[in-house]
Design a binder for this molecule. Structure first.
Ligand code: UD1
Length: 363
């Protein structure tokens, strides 16, 4: 029987940990799962709503870390997580993704000599100005086992000198949640509530510091979105960081002016899945959404200069355009004008069975 401590901290972690905990509960003779929530994200719509939709059991421990500078947040997670590990004495700690909580908890484990595995290892944007890239690089260097979503990630790890024995290509854990909940999401009334019809709208998400923290960049991106919204309404569930930036940078008027760009509160997992799975186009700077749109065949325009998920461009529906307004509108209009959707393939092992492959590997 293996005791596994599963760490969650921020919104993109929940859909990765839910299938793992679910599989551990199903395999109760082999695994005892514990869930620790660092509290990096804490608003109901950034956290609790996801536990409910994903049927993730309430955390066994909640560390209430909250927001702060990178140093303050990372340090607070470390200080509060260390006694938890000492008390629980797990056989393995599982960390997922690339948020500050991921690195902080992995670092605690390696210093205590407790085995830690990183799920979604090996992704690289090669852009070290992204906080997530630093979190990925360091977490992979110190973790005992590295579970990768695609074979380009294996190559990245080998190129950094990580031996093959530590690398396991298991597929994309997020797609386990997507496959499980796609049918259930059809009960969501979100499109009726917003008054949008199938394939007659676009969905936007935007929260990267490099896109939203500076006035000039954010204004430029919003300008391009207004142009697109003249042709197709864009629904924009706004991240708290972006809402704050829009207010602080005095850009609310630009949003009100573009009537086709509709700002709404962040959505839970099922409502958001329902919304983007019926969209004609998705515009995003998220990592996970590039993957989810690839699996569903929805055209995705990524508002970043690079991606750590190149397979979504090579095999999937993703186009990486950066933040130049002309490039954004050209790519969006090209996607809208295509008479038939771009052909795409679902990458190998993005099949909904990644959790079981990970558990088999831990045994
Ligand atoms: C974090 C992750 C990022 C991930 C994103 C998804 C890091 C370095 N970044 O970015 O990789 O893509 O989550 O959402 O870990 N806030 C709230 N309520 C909340 C959480 C945050 O209002 O529940 C506000 C606070 O003002 C906070 C700001 O959002 O200061 C940023 O939160 P933080 O967790 O530091 O980073 P994110 O931008 O959310």
């Amino acid at each position: 029987m293996l005791k596994i401590l599963n760490v969650v901290g921020a919104r993109p972690n929940f859909m990765k940990v839910a299938p793992l905990v679910d599989a551990m509960k199903r395999r109760e003779h082999e695994f005892t799962p514990l869930v620790v929530h660092t509290g990096q994200h804490y608003d109901v719509m950034m956290s609790d709503a996801f536990f409910k939709d994903l049927e993730l059991p309430k955390p066994d421990l909640y560390l209430s870390v909250g927001s702060g500078s990178h140093a303050a947040q990372t340090a607070a997670v470390m200080q509060r997580f260390e006694p938890v590990v000492l008390e629980a004495q797990p056989d393995w700690v599982l960390v997922v993704g690339d948020v500050n909580s991921t690195l902080a908890c992995a670092l605690v484990c390696v210093k205590l000599g407790v085995k830690v595995a990183h799920v979604e290892a090996g992704l690289r944007s090669r852009d070290r100005s992204m906080p997530e890239e630093i979190n990925r690089l360091l977490t992979d260097q110190i973790s005992d086992l590295l579970f990768t979503p695609s074979q380009d990630a294996d190559e990245n790890l080998r190129a950094e000198g990580i031996p093959d024995e530590r690398i396991r290509f298991v597929g994309n854990i997020m797609i386990d949640s997507l496959n499980k909940l796609l049918e259930r999401a059809k009960d969501s009334q979100v499109r009726q509530q917003l008054g949008v019809a199938d394939s007659d709208y676009a969905v936007l998400t935007l929260h990267r510091p490099s896109n939203v923290d500076e006035r000039e960049t954010l204004a430029r991106i919003l300008g391009a979105l207004e142009t697109i919204a003249e042709r197709l309404p864009i629904i924009f569930p706004v991240h708290p960081r972006t809402r704050k930036a829009i207010l602080e940078l005095g850009l609310e008027r630009q949003l009100q002016a573009g009537r086709g760009l509709r700002v709404i509160e962040p959505l839970g997992y099922l409502d958001f899945l329902r919304l983007y799975s019926g969209a004609r186009l998705v515009l995003t700077d998220s990592g996970g959404i590039q993957e989810e749109t690839t699996v569903l065949g929805i055209p995705c325009v990524t508002l970043r200069e690079n991606t750590e998920r190149p397979i979504t461009v090579e095999m999937g529906t993703n186009t990486v355009v950066g933040t130049d307004p002309q490039r954004i509108t050209t790519a969006a209009f090209a996607a809208l004008d295509q008479s038939s959707r771009r052909s795409y393939r679902v990458p190998p092992l993005w099949d909904g069975h990644t959790a079981d492959r990970i558990l088999d590997s831990l045994l």
